[in-house]
Design a protein around this ligand. Structure first.
Ligand code: ADP
Ligand code: MG
Length: 676
């Protein structure tokens, strides 16, 4: 029977959609979660306890009892021994299956019960004329309600028969890579013969699994490379300049650029001088000094006669950038526009006009910068700070402005190597791997909540020495109101405990202008202590702040803790970060706190974060806009990833039609995602 999605009932299609099945081939790739072994029959006497077994016998007794509750109890004999079967919820047809005298085959675990050995809720099948055992393991698939295993198995069986399972890769290549043929691999995974070690299947290390993982990784590598190539085919303004403006800014700075800053700036300049849009990710740990690099790149664009734009994820951060860049650029006579959602309509219109006329050479703001009503006169460079905080759509909107400007994305969340090789393979990456000199390392302390009072004294000490402290209130995911209340309470308590100092409060419910005012007061040291919800997480830069107290640190993710801690230690001051925790700690929380305590290296932390959370969580699938890997595991399959990467290069170079066929098989229906 031919499987045709067009003729399937609507309800089935809806269930398929939930499972991500859109075409027959998706069924081929819907691989079993596990298997049941119905290839071997045990005698009741020999069947081991506690693992699934198949036994067969005759029903010699069956009754519905009501004590201790309504249940169907049957007794089965096979000549070697007897076994009880108990069904606590049952249907009339099951009662018939287990009627006196019937021969049944039972799949389940045998346990010692009150009456004797028993199976509770086994899979029951009557043995009729056809008593042949299964020849392969029975696959169990992930499914949704309304689509049972037998139905799904049948549909997948049909798909396996009718889909083209021929290989997309040439035989010599498979031989070189020691990979098994695709068709054989999927057939095996759906219907493995009993001689195959189940462990190799469940751990996904069987050659059949390796083949599927390789194919998946290869498809991903190919699509990323093609995206990269497509970009290389677009044209962008050539921003090749003498760097005179940038030179004037660096001359005016109280510090010199670090070697790493100079190197990444050279990489950016090289890209911007080419006629193709740059798409470069600038990575640098918190405090590495990305802002000045961005400013210097923007000056090159401006010197070349174009505009630059800098977008930040929050108003606090955007405003801070605006102030800093205005200070830096004003002496050069460059007009900077400020655009944020909170601007009054009149001010907003004025800013938009500044950008449209080209009077403003640099525009700084939140995503308001890239709303439809804003049209740049000649946008040459778009910079996105903390890019991982933006969704893919916002990044796309930005790309749509004014042809194809060069793009610089900045992030303090380092991408572990395997992720960089896979999900970010279409970007060029520059890394600032050196902090500016004279920073003293941050001391991290793990302190139990019971010692909170001591920490208040610590804050007092820091403030008495003329420095400042952040006190971060816990994230309460279930309730924003509760989170706010905690912050208000903490603020009141700290104000009372530290009457000789000014304690400020900043939280997400404040208006942007109010937030900005409080941040400004903290910058001026009018406030010595700042109680905050996690709004201060990104990019805030107050060099005199030397203490960060984080409450309920056990609730926060590693990246967040690292970012928060990065708010201190920005100058030469000896700085501390206190992680207050409430026990008892869960296993993950324990691991996270250990990592953050032992390391201040963003890369180490990101790698551990990836290990603890896995890539889906790490990237946030919606956010990344790239299809997640279903089969391959970036931690465990690094070797396959390396291979796939090499093969992708070879194929695109020498056998583009093979590359195309491979992508058609693996990525059909997902093109939209890939364009991101
Ligand atoms: P991030 O990379 O986290 O965005 P910033 O750009 O905010 O870091 O820089 C952190 C601080 O370091 C700022 O106060 C900045 O002026 C300062 N800074 C940047 N580069 C240097 C340098 N080469 N030497 C000394 N200080 C620097
Ligand atoms: Mg920054």
């Amino acid at each position: 029977m031919k499987l045709d999605f067009a003729t399937l009932p609507k309800a089935t299609l809806a269930r398929f959609a939930k499972l991500g099945l859109q075409r027959p081939f998706d069924l081929v790739l819907h691989l079993p979660l596990r298997y049941e072994d119905e290839t071997h029959l045990f005698t009741i006497a020999d069947a081991p306890l506690g693992s699934p077994v198949l036994v067969e016998g005759e029903v010699v007794h069956a009754e519905v009892t009501f004590r201790p509750r309504r249940q169907l109890v049957a007794r089965i004999e096979d000549g070697s021994g007897e076994l009880f079967v108990r069904l606590i919820n049952f249907y009339p047809n099951q009662q018939q299956q287990l009627a006196l005298g019937r021969r049944v085959r039972l799949l389940g675990e045998i346990r010692r019960g009150y009456f004797g050995d028993e199976m509770v809720h086994p899979k029951v099948r009557n043995v009729g004329d056809n008593s042949a055992l299964a020849e392969s393991l029975t696959p169990v698939y992930s499914t949704v309600s309304g689509l049972n295993q037998p139905a799904l198995r049948k549909l997948i069986g049909q798909a396996l028969q009718q889909c083209d399972l021929s290989d997309t890769l040439p035989a010599p290549l498979l031989r070189d890579l020691a990979l098994m043929p695709f068709g054989a691999a999927v057939q095996l995974l759906h219907h493995p013969t009993p001689d195959i070690a189940q462990q190799q299947l469940s751990e996904r290390i069987h050659p059949a699994w390796l083949r599927l993982k390789f194919d998946e990784l290869l498809a991903q590598q190919l699509s990323m490379r093609l995206a990269y190539r497509r970009r290389r085919e677009q044209t962008a303004p050539v921003l090749r300049v003498a760097g005179e403006m940038a030179g004037r800014l660096t001359d005016s700075l109280p510090f010199g650029l670090t070697g790493a800053q100079q190197r990444v700036l050279a990489e950016i300049r090289h890209d911007m001088a080419s006629p193709h849009p740059m798409q470069r990710l600038l990575q640098g740990d918190v405090g590495a000094g990305k802002t000045i690099v961005a400013a210097l790149a923007a000056l090159d664009a401006i010197e070349a006669g174009y505009q630059a734009a800098l977008m930040a994820p929050t108003e606090i951060l955007a405003e801070q950038h605006y102030k800093k860049l205005s200070t830096w650029l004003a002496p050069l006579g460059i007009e900077v526009a400020w655009l944020a959602g909170s601007l009054r309509p009149k001010a907003k219109l004025a800013a938009i006009a500044q950008v449209e006329s080209g009077a403003a050479r640099l525009a700084v703001g939140t995503h308001a910068l890239f709303q439809e009503s804003v049209a740049f006169a000649q946008l040459g460079l778009a910079i996105v700070d903390e890019q991982h905080r933006f969704g893919v759509h916002q990044r796309l909107a930005l790309r749509g402005k004014g042809g194809s400007p060069h793009q610089l994305m900045m992030s303090a969340t380092p991408i572990p190597r395997t992720l960089a090789m896979s999900f970010y393979a279409d970007l060029d990456v520059s890394v600032i791997d050196e902090l500016p000199p004279g920073r003293s390392p941050i001391k991290t302390r793990l302190v139990s909540e019971a010692r909170r009072d001591e920490m208040v004294e610590f804050v007092r000490k820091v403030a008495s020495e003329g420095h400042q402290a952040y006190w971060v209130c816990p994230l309460i995911e279930e309730s924003e109101t509760l989170q706010l209340q905690t912050a208000i309470d903490t603020h009141a308590a700290l104000s009372e405990a530290l009457p000789e100092f000014q304690v400020g409060l900043v939280h997400g419910r404040l208006k942007p202008a109010e937030k900005a005012e409080i941040m400004a007061a903290f910058s001026r040291n009018d406030l010595q202590v700042l109680v905050a919800t996690t709004v201060i997480e990104v990019g805030v830069d107050v060099a005199n702040a030397s203490l960060m107290v984080i409450e309920h640190a056990e609730r926060m993710g590693l990246a967040q803790l690292h970012q928060l801690r990065g708010r201190v230690g920005r100058g030469a001051l000896e700085s501390s970060c206190v992680l207050l925790y409430n026990g008892p700690l869960g296993e993950d929380a324990k691991q996270r706190l250990k990592v953050i305590y032992e390391s201040t290296d963003g890369f180490v932390i990101a790698r551990e974060d990836l290990r603890i959370r896995g890539p889906g969580e790490f990237l946030g699938s919606r956010q990344s806009g790239v299809p997640m890997l279903r089969f391959a595991d970036l931690e465990r399959d690094t070797a396959l990833l390396e291979q796939a990467r090499e093969v992708a290069v070879q194929l695109l170079e020498h056998s583009p039609h093979v590359a195309e066929a491979h992508m058609a098989r693996w990525l059909a229906g997902r093109e939209e995602l890939l364009k991101a």
